[in-house]
Design a protein around this ligand. Structure first.
Ligand SMILES: Cc1cc2nc3c(=O)[nH]c(=O)nc-3n(C[C@H](O)[C@H](O)[C@H](O)COP(=O)(O)OP(=O)(O)OC[C@H]3O[C@@H](n4cnc5c(N)ncnc54)[C@H](O)[C@@H]3O)c2cc1C
Length: 546
């Protein structure tokens, strides 16, 4: 069967006995908040831990997180309210047990981070609690204004580095998860094949592997995500036979600084929480009459309203007006955003900020249970690479860092508790891909074209014919790219991007309704029949969708 995305179990041919081996108890793919939290926990429990990151440690979605993390820490707020807000945003497909688990665990995560040295912002001695879209109470905890992610990551790196039993391998690209046998129902994850520019290909054998490889924003032309977010986690989990869920659910952030030709920078939702107002080029308010929560409506509602107004007014962007907040107050609360605006000659005290939506948060990922266990034995997942069921069809702002911490901890515990099974015994694993007879396409061209087509056809507003067309094009590219073997991360990344694009476009085409972040202009209503997750996995040569 000539299906480009189902043919190859591994991106590379290899003979395990010819590759150098490293042995560890727990291998963690990814050094963002989820991976680092898991590493700290597993190390505390006495496990030997290796964390790999494909770029420098600071290059992660976590590092760039701005608004903060959601937790109930105010006497005027309560857990039930946070649960209700999360379920409301999730549009009928959040898993309530997971929602309760994460939200109840959030305050302890904040206290723990404070103990590790994170200095959360305070007002008059009390924690300063911000508000973001979809929250009915002030519960967003932040550090250094809008540099929350950096503060968290730096404190966690320090903590992880201080543990003698944690090794961090930076710029060590995980090409594929290793399973024994390579495919089939009984496959067990026994580590990964990695590539490091200095050491080449290696095998890291682990009793347990935790996938914490982050998001997928780079698949879309407009994104808030840094360049590492190429959906490697979804693609490698899928190749390893793990079930992935909800991959059609990509959340678009309504407000990214729009300066033609410049890289996109997020303008945190917290700016609207502090009173920022969305207006069109004529100064007319965009959210008036659209939603009861106005400018703080859930992100999908705001993104769609912006897109519609851009079309109506023939503009490439709209504006976020913060002039009434005062230049000084704005710079104090949002120092990074203020600096970024000024770099482009925009003075937030004088000028409305040009913004438009962009791909932001991948809700779907490797499907896991309450312990972070995937459908493949030996493989756990957490953070943006996982699908826990917390977010349902739409993520409530600032719930993702909270989820990464709660599930990172849980995965670390579960992985370390696995004990001394015999998974490190070096069973020989070999894999041979057939040689490609097809011509070589230009990878940079495919990458750009893929990002453009997903932005246009699998973006904020989707339609059946366009999704079907896109799927056809992705299949075509796949035939020329997935049949090759590459020997550097640029090639593996585009193979992963195409694989994930195939899965999410297929899922978006199948979901013939509108729900949460998934808006179908040809099916604008929510259909109760679809109040469920779409779970996809591969058998040897078949895509199974449940
Ligand atoms: C600009 C921005 C602002 C945000 N603001 C907020 C916010 O205020 N509040 C909130 O809750 N959420 C926010 N989010 C979302 C949140 O930051 C992420 O969902 C969360 O940090 C994900 O953490 P993670 O550990 O799962 O992944 P990441 O932090 O993205 O880490 C992924 C890691 O995986 C590694 N990796 C990936 N592929 C491979 C591979 N093939 N081999 C080896 N390593 C690999 C990367 O190198 C990296 O270390 C924001 C996101 C962005 C982009």
């Amino acid at each position: 069967m000539d299906h480009p995305y189902l043919q190859r179990r591994y991106l590379l041919s290899f003979e395990s006995r010819r590759l150098p081996h490293i042995f560890t108890d727990v291998l963690i793919v990814g050094g963002g908040v989820a991976g680092l939290r898991a590493a700290i926990e597993a190390a505390n429990a006495g496990a030997q831990v290796i964390v790999t990151t494909k770029a420098r440690l600071a290059e992660s979605n976590s590092y760039y997180a701005q608004g903060g993390l959601a937790a109930v820490l105010d006497a005027a707020d309560d857990i039930e309210r946070h649960v209700a807000d999360t379920l409301a945003a999730g549009a009928g497909t959040s898993d309530e047990a997971v929602v309760r688990h994460v939200i109840a665990g959030a305050p302890a995560c904040v206290r723990e981070l404070a103990d590790w040295g994170v200095r959360f912002d305070r007002e008059g001695g009390d924690l300063s609690l911000g508000r973001e879209g979809g929250h009915t109470a002030n519960r967003i905890i932040h550090a250094n204004g809008d540099a929350t992610g950096k503060a968290l990551v730096e404190a966690m790196i320090e903590r992880a580095r201080a543990a003698a039993n944690v090794k961090i391998f930076e710029e060590c690209f995980v090409v594929d998860l290793l399973t024994d046998p390579p495919a089939g129902g009984g496959a067990v994850c026994v580590g990964a094949i990695t590539f490091h520019p200095r050491y080449g290909l290696q095998i890291i054998r682990a009793r347990r592997t935790i996938l914490a490889a982050g998001g997928a924003g780079v698949l879309w032309r407009e994104t808030t995500n840094p360049s590492i977010a190429t959906a490697d986690g979804i693609a490698m989990a899928f190749r390893a036979g793990a079930a992935v869920a909800d991959v059609e659910m990509m959340q678009f952030h309504p407000t990214v600084l729009y300066v033609a030709g410049a890289t996109r920078s997020l303008i945190s939702e917290a700016v609207r929480g502090e009173g920022g107002i969305l207006v069109d080029r004529h100064g007319k308010r965009i959210m008036d009459g659209v939603h009861a929560m106005g400018d703080l409506a859930p992100r999908d509602v705001v993104s769609r309203a912006i897109l519609e107004r851009m079309v109506e007014t023939g503009s490439t962007h709209v504006f976020l007006d913060v002039r009434h907040l005062g230049a000084e107050a704005f710079a104090k609360r949002f120092p990074q955003i203020d600096r970024r605006c000024r770099e482009f000659g925009i003075d937030p005290g004088r000028d409305a900020i040009p913004v438009h939506p962009a791909a932001h948060y991948m809700i779907g990922g490797a499907k896991v249970d309450m312990n972070g266990q995937t459908s493949v034995a030996g493989l756990l997942a957490c953070g943006e690479a996982a699908c826990t069921g917390l977010h349902g069809a739409n993520r409530l702002a600032s719930n993702s860092l909270t989820e990464a911490l709660v599930f990172g901890r849980r995965c670390g515990q579960a992985a370390a508790a696995a004990g001394d099974d015999d998974r490190l015994a070096a069973a020989k694993i070999d894999w041979t891909n057939p040689r490609s007879e097809r011509t070589q396409l230009d990878l940079a061209d495919i990458r750009n074209s893929l990002r453009s087509i997903l932005w246009r056809n699998v973006g904020i507003a989707r339609r059946g014919e366009r999704l079907a067309e896109t799927l056809e094009i992705i299949q075509f590219w796949g035939r020329y790219v997935l049949d090759k073997e590459f020997f550097d991360p640029a090639g593996w990344e585009i193979q992963n991007m195409l694989t994930s694009a195939y899965l999410l476009t297929e899922a978006a085409l199948r979901r013939t309704e509108t729900r949460g972040v998934h808006y179908r202009s040809d099916f604008p209503d929510t259909d109760p029949v679809w109040a469920r997750h779409q779970v996809m996995r591969r058998t040897e040569y078949q895509l199974v969708v449940e």
